[in-house]
Design a protein. Sequence first.
Length: 277
Amino acid sequence: MKKIIAAGLTLFLLTACSNEPANVSKEPAPAKDSEDKTVNIEETGGTETEDNQEDAAVSEEAEEVVQEPQYKINENNWSIEPIADQNAKVVLLTIDDAPDKHALKMAEDLKALDAPAIFFVNGHFLDTPEEKEILKKIHDMGFVIGNHTYSHSALPDLSPEKQKEEIISLSDLVESITGERPKFFRAPFGQNTDYSRQIAAEEKMALMNWTYGYDWEKQYQTKEAITDIMINNPYLNNGANLLMHDRTWTSEGLTDIVIGLREKGYETLDPNKIQTP
């Protein structure tokens, strides 16, 4: 009997001792968890900081994209006016009838000068894959692409249906090439109709004419002549909208034209800063 009691007592003590290490082995767990949490907090904190920096960068980019317009087209669509306290001494460069033969070279020359411009394009210059690739290159260089109708027909001579086709089909084509629809519309010969104005408004395009341009006139069809008339012109003033074309002589004189305008104190305006519908 004593042996049975002693055996039982021994078993009880062994069981108690065997449970003790189990509890001790569990005690470090909270400390391990605490260390893990510290590491996780530090890692999470680092990740949150990086995320915040990335979010801030994205936010800054978004602000640049959706920035408030700084200029507007005047009531006659002839020139550009500053909004609030922006620099008034600016000129807008525009190139019509592109991309014919010289548009890509003109874009490259303007890019080298950091001179923004609008290239107003026609659909009949976008018939081939090569022509479409040229337009994409011009767009990818950062230039704004404007709508100058598909075939450069005089809009007052067309039916409303045909006017709509001339405008919408070109915007569709430009979007298929560049991924963006034009935001500016210039009617051939500056001849808008009530209906073309309506279509432009529905397409959220701003109407744009020009202040002066001469390169289609025979007497200005040399590099020297077109350069001189574009720089030394009585209509050159704040906000002047300068009309040029995809032409040999204009391409040859373009760099000197930009330099001459800047020497007179004019900034070449980024058209992305102009208000559109």
